[in-house]
Design a protein around this ligand. Structure first.
Ligand code: ATP
Ligand code: MG
Length: 552
């Protein structure tokens, strides 16, 4: 596939800054809020920021934006770290916690107060809203707006010292209550809230607001390009105001890009959390989700996700990407790297009546037909095999080339067999299929040039290992769209199919959790990292073999 050579708009901005000398060394950051697990959208931000730092020989900072104590949890910090590392975004020693900057942020607030650029306001939340005006009407100045810097400083220090109840006062920036941009109408910088913080405990009873904290965090760390998603575009003037009024020498620059959305896929942290909390899925790493831990458990690789982000590109306007593109990327990644194994998901027995009883032989099976370097393995073959139920038909459908009485097919890598009969139970379900093999066709090669048109896979019954296989579909019912009117999710009742009695070839016993394979004809699978044991192996289907997606 062709690589895009043209630079995206962010690269163009960075190169201009380097050329003009305003940027000496590029510093980017990924600033997750530890209030949930990361999802595929975050991977875009991680890889974009990390990629830019690498491309321009700069630094990539990984910072927990943990200034809001309500929702943050230690568990999320650990999972987010694991995900960033898994994606290969090497942050070196640049791991930061925004909560470590509380003291410095506080100093910036005092600095603004002393400059007459911030004031303590006693309006109630309702009054603040009322004074703020609307999109069509300008706001009104707060009656507390003209407090002197001295008075403000004292009040702010008292706020910090815990002299006032929660919500009774706020610190606001003094900007412009008539600004066309609502964010500039004297936004709140600090609020009083007695909340336990996971890092600072109860040291603080005032906490900075996101729009104040974020630009400061970037500035403290010397971030040059603060890349965020489009919903912050309207906040950029405030971002710029904060770093300018706090008089940073090399203020960071905010650049917005479009969020990544997948069509008919639940990506929002909030929605995923709901599915988890309501027990609809088996935790944040349920393989039907697109949280990064779920994708990892499902069998996606960092390479496949990187590839996906390259294909998606970076844009300035919203668009939604088809999930099939992600599937294309994992297929493409595994195709030549992973071995191809035999697994029968819906087994029926095939008995080869002319095969010597109790004989076992070992046939050579290439590990990957498209990659000779992967070598071959020996697989046991005998007179009793399992084959897929759909590979035998009593009545031959049109164009059907697999087993039916009288037809000859190839058992992959083994022999030609001709079907001679079958047993069925009272309900007409086939229980056993009978066939005769041609000893001259060993290796699946025609002894006399005669052609067989069907090839089926198999596992030797006495050697096969019973396994559980899980097949997945979108958790969302795509016909109906993702959300109902009340905000609930349209669930697909068939999003998980559990097959208890699959049979896999014995070679698979040598592999462990997280290992992936192609199961011939049925897709790519990986050994589940949570539920699979040596005794009871569990395989997740990552993706089927066929695709509707074609890259241009
Ligand atoms: P969500 O909206 O899913 O809850 P968030 O934006 O609240 O996510 P944060 O932890 O605040 O999550 O985000 C960390 C970084 O990841 C931010 O810079 C944010 O812009 C970016 N990000 C979040 N979602 C996406 C997405 N869908 N596509 C690209 N970047 C994203
Ligand atoms: Mg957020």
């Amino acid at each position: 596939m062709e690589e895009t050579i043209s630079k995206n708009f962010i690269e163009q901005i960075i190169e201009k800054d380097i050329e003009e000398g305003t940027c000496k060394k590029v510093v980017t950051r990924f600033p997750p809020e530890p209030n949930g697990y990361l999802h595929i959208g975050h991977a875009k931000s991680i890889l974009l920021n990390y990629g830019l730092a690498k491309e321009y020989g700069g630094d990539f900072h990984f910072r927990f934006d943990d200034t809001n104590p309500t929702k943050e949890r230690e568990e999320y910090v650990e999972s987010i770290k694991a995900d960033v590392e898994w994606l290969g975004a090497d942050y070196d020693h640049h791991l930061y916690f925004a909560s470590n900057y509380f003291e410095k942020m506080y100093e910036c607030a005092e600095f603004l107060i002393k400059k007459g650029k911030a004031y303590v306001c006693d309006l109630t939340p309702d009054e603040i809203r009322e004074y703020r005006g609307t999109l069509t009407e300008p706001g009104k100045n707060s009656p507390y707006r003209d407090r002197s810097p001295k008075e403000n400083l004292q009040l702010f220090r008292d706020m910090k010292a815990g002299k006032y109840p929660d919500g009774s006062k706020v610190l606001r920036a003094k900007i412009d209550m008539t600004s066309g941009n609502m964010n500039m109408r004297d936004p709140i910088l600090y609020r009083i809230a007695r909340m336990e913080h996971h890092n600072t405990g109860d040291t603080w009873c005032i906490y900075p607001m996101y729009d104040f904290a974020h630009p400061l965090e970037d500035a403290f760390e010397g971030v040059t390009h603060s890349i965020c998603t489009l919903e912050f575009e309207d906040h950029r003037p405030l971002y710029d105001w904060v770093v300018q009024e706090c008089e940073f020498e090399n203020p960071p620059k905010q650049i917005e890009f479009a969020k990544l959305y997948l069509t008919n896929v639940v990506t929002g942290k909030r929605y995923i959390k709901k599915l988890v909390d309501e027990g609809i899925v088996d935790g944040w790493d349920d393989p039907r989700l697109v949280s990064l831990s779920a994708l990892r458990r499902r069998g996606y690789t960092p390479d496949s996700i990187r590839k996906f982000m390259e294909l998606v590109g970076v844009a300035k306007s919203h668009s939604s990407v088809d999930y099939a593109m992600l599937e294309y990327c994992i297929r493409d990644d595994l195709k030549l790297k992973r071995p191809r194994m035999a697994a029968v998901l819906d087994p029926i027995k095939l008995v080869i009546t002319n095969y010597p009883k109790d004989q076992v032989e070992y046939v050579d099976v290439p590990n990957n037909q498209e990659n000779e370097e992967m070598g071959s393995r020996k697989v046991p073959f005998c007179g009793e095999l399992y084959i897929e139920r759909e590979d035998f038909k009593i009545e031959r459908p049109k164009k059907y080339r697999r087993l039916y009485v009288g037809n000859e097919v190839r058992l992959m890598n083994a022999y030609f067999v001709t079907c001679t009969g079958y047993d069925a139970d009272e309900d007409g379900n086939v229980t056993t299929v009978y066939a005769e093999y041609d000893p001259e066709s060993r290796g699946g090669n025609s002894p006399d040039g005669r052609k067989v048109r069907g090839t089926i896979h198999w596992v030797a019954a006495p050697f096969a290992k019973k396994a559980e296989v899980r097949l997945y579909e979108n958790i969302v019912d795509e016909e109906k769209g993702v959300y109902n009117e009340d905000g609930s999710i349209n669930l697909n009742p068939n999003s998980l199919t559990v097959i208890e009695n699959a049979y896999v070839e014995p070679t698979l016993e040598e592999y462990g959790p997280g290992d992936s394979f192609q199961f011939m004809r049925t897709g790519y699978f990986c050994i589940d990292s949570k539920d699979s044991t040596k005794e009871h192996m569990v395989f997740n289907r990552i993706v089927s073999l066929k695709s509707s997606y074609k890259p241009n």
